[in-house]
Design a protein around this ligand. Structure first.
Ligand SMILES: Nc1nc2c(ncn2[C@@H]2O[C@H](COP(=O)(O)OP(=O)(O)OP(=O)(O)O)[C@@H](O)[C@H]2O)c(=O)[nH]1
Ligand SMILES: [Mg+2]
Length: 308
């Protein structure tokens, strides 16, 4: 079914920008599901995460990306590389910034320069407008208008939903005429076990500090659905390993008498139960994989290999 007279449109929209500006929050708001983890720390997202929005007249496959930052090799370089590849493959790009000072941070300008080089129709989304007054917003819009020929400048708050409703209508005209790319009930291509691994990583980001979150990866070793059914009697058994880079990080993660790991397990299990719609039995182990963020072998072991 299409709008009277209009053809159906479908395509990919990349969500790009500096770390921590709210890209994953926006994706979850668009899809009305928690497909991407969110935390107050930068560099939360490490891979491309698809979230599909289906309407009668259009289907938009949004792709959340890791924040664009000055990466020096290893995992960080891989993250930025993935973000840029997603931008290169997109039909339209949402370049996200946070509402804030009128002066443009050189790091934001660097990130914008990379996106501009992809030569895609780009919407500037100014997020977090709940944190600023209208008087602060207008000069910012003027300032960014001089930086690039954006197809639109769109201020909103992904957190409160302020001014969110018209965003899809801004994007759809930039998608090609096409039949839907995904069945109407599909909202992501990330497998459930990956989503569960990310929920553990989210708790690590929230419950540890300094370098620990950046040295941790989560691997689901077993995902046993043999007792799965919807409701309180269903059960999924999950065995996950947290990789860290050093013994000292392992000790921090486990905590006194295992308290930290227990709390990470409890919180992520609650989230998994919400996601899967049944009970979850979660076992978490911690293993040291020395300097895994820095070597190709380590990245592969942690699930961030070249082709993954
Ligand atoms: N006040 C306010 N906070 C927001 C808004 N959107 C996101 N946040 C907060 O900003 C922080 C970062 O959000 P994320 O969605 O993880 O940011 P991201 O751009 O995906 O970050 P990376 O994955 O690290 O690149 C979190 O604490 C969010 O709750 C918003 O509209 N208003
Ligand atoms: Mg993110």
């Amino acid at each position: 079914m299409t709008k009277a007279g209009g053809a159906h449109r479908a395509g990919f929209a990349a969500i790009a920008g500096r770390p921590n500006v709210g890209k994953s929050t926006l994706l979850n708001k668009l899809v009305q599901q928690k497909v991407a983890i969110v935390s107050p720390k930068p560099q939360t997202t490490r891979s491309r995460i698809l979230g599909v929005v289906t309407r009668p007249d259009a289907q938009i496959a949004f792709v959340d990306t890791p924040g664009l930052h000055e990466a020096r090799g290893g995992l960080n370089a891989r993250m930025v590389d993935r973000a840029m590849r997603t931008v290169a493959d997109a039909d339209v790009v949402l370049f996200l910034i946070e509402a804030g000072p009128r002066r443009i941070d050189p790091k934001v300008k660097d990130a914008l320069d990379r996106v501009k080089a992809a030569k895609k129709p780009t919407v500037l989304v100014i997020n977090k407008i709940d944190l600023v007054s209208r008087d602060e917003l207008l000069p910012l819009i003027d300032r960014f208008r001089k930086e690039h020929d954006f197809v639109e400048i769109y201020p909103l708050s992904a957190l409160t939903g302020e001014n969110f409703d018209g965003l899809l209508d801004v994007l759809i005209p930039h998608l090609p005429e096409s039949d839907p790319l995904f069945p109407p009930d599909v909202f992501t291509d990330v497998p459930e076990r990956e989503l569960c691994a990310e929920l553990v990583r989210e708790q690590i980001l929230r419950q540890t500090s300094q370098e620990v979150p950046y040295s941790a990866a989560v691997l689901v070793e077993e995902f046993d659905e043999s007792e799965r059914q919807v409701g309180p009697r269903g059960l999924v058994r999950l065995l996950a390993t947290v990789l860290v880079e050093r013994d000292s990080q392992k000790a921090i993660l486990i905590g006194k008498g295992g308290a930290r790991l227990k709390e990470i397990g409890t919180k992520s299990r609650e989230q998994m139960e919400r996601l899967l719609g049944c009970k979850v039995f979660l076992q978490l182990h911690v293993r040291v994989e020395k300097d895994w963020t820095q070597t190709e072998k380590g990245l592969r072991r942690a699930g961030y290999g070249e082709t993954e």
